[in-house]
Design a protein around this ligand. Structure first.
Ligand code: NAD
Ligand code: FE2
Length: 291
């Protein structure tokens, strides 16, 4: 049984894979798409945060403390057989953890909706997840049962989507910050998300209207594409600010780490899914814009 947040569930997924695929006993050999032959040991996953959806995804994320990086393993053999998604298991989360894990879930839904591999089926999951999360996160942070319930379902539905199609550079760039500075994953995602959306607008901006609509942005149907994209990004920023997430990486990101972080982000398994083709120089500029 894997009971806990994404860190506990991901660890359990890696352990379950290695037990049944002992030739991959060094977890580093599982980075990216790993050609394992056997399914992980039978696993029941019980999330206690409302964010990662690790209970339903084909991914697990491991921190390599020696190399100061996090890496993503992608393997259909790691999906738990049973997921017990119960908001009562999440009710002990303090406000800050509720907010950051909830913004991680919103990031999954939005990055999953604009990722290169998005399709009609994943769109369905992502738009419903965006609607539920936008409607529920403020309430969940305030501790209402309806908010907690909406977040438990919303984060899970987001996982049903992105697990099939991938994410983008918001996740690629977030992973390094957690490995280097211990920034909580959801905080890193939430801070980077609006910057990532602005950067990706030339490639995916036309899709932002549907995101804004799912978030409940008023009057978005009658806006130009450009205004609809701006209103959507503003709604993301407002939700993040309302739940207490900082607006930038001031006090977190150090100039001397930008090269290493950008190289890591470009090599990250989530990067190829980004809707706009990118490179290390552009990722460096994006990090700098957040300082
Ligand atoms: N597998 C995936 O598809 C996937 C997707 C996104 C993120 N991740 C990974 O998941 C990890 C983050 O997981 P997370 O955001 O759930 O946080 P976490 O699992 O790291 O937990 C954060 C802290 O909250 C505590 N905690 C957990 N549940 C609690 C509860 N109900 N009440 C009080 N405290 C509680 C934990 O003990 C820990 O101290 C990162 O490594 C991230 O990269 C995985
Ligand atoms: Fe995430």
């Amino acid at each position: 049984m894997a009971i806990g947040g994404g860190s506990a569930m991901d660890t359990a997924k890696a352990v379950g894979i290695i037990i049944n695929n002992p030739e991959f006993s060094d977890v580093r050999s599982l980075e990216g798409v790993a050609p394992t032959k056997s399914h992980a040991v039978f696993t029941i996953a019980v999330p206690t945060t409302a964010g990662t959806a690790a209970e339903v995804t084909i991914n697990y994320v491991i921190t390599d403390v020696e190399k100061k990086r996090k890496f993503v393993c992608v393997d259909t053999n790691d999906i738990p057989e049973v997921a017990v998604v119960d908001p009562d298991m999440m009710s002990s989360m303090p406000k800050g953890l509720t907010a950051s894990t909830g913004m991680d879930a919103l990031t999954h839904a939005i990055e999953g909706y604009i990722t290169k591999g998005a399709c009609a089926i994943s769109d369905m999951f992502h738009l419903e997840a965006i609607r539920l999360i936008s409607q529920s996160l403020r309430g969940a942070v305030a501790g209402t049962p309806e908010g907690r319930e909406g977040m438990a379902l919303g984060q899970y539905i987001a996982g049903m989507g992105f697990s099939n199609v991938g994410l983008g550079i918001v996740h690629s760039m977030a992973h390094g910050l957690s490995a280097l500075y211990d920034t909580p994953h959801g905080v890193a995602c939430a801070i980077i998300l609006p910057y990532g959306l602005e950067y990706n607008a030339p490639a995916a901006g036309k899709r932002y209207r549907a995101v804004g609509k799912a978030m409940g942005v008023e009057g978005i149907d009658s806006m130009s594409d450009d205004d609809a994209a701006k209103a959507t990004i503003a709604a993301v920023k407002k939700l993040s600010a309302d739940v207490g997430i900082p607006a930038d990486l001031k006090g977190i990101l150090k100039e001397e780490d930008i090269q290493f972080l950008s190289d890591s982000a470009f090599a990250d398994a989530c990067c190829p899914g980004n809707p706009r083709d990118t490179n290390v120089e552009e990722i460096k500029a994006l990090y700098r814009s957040m300082m």
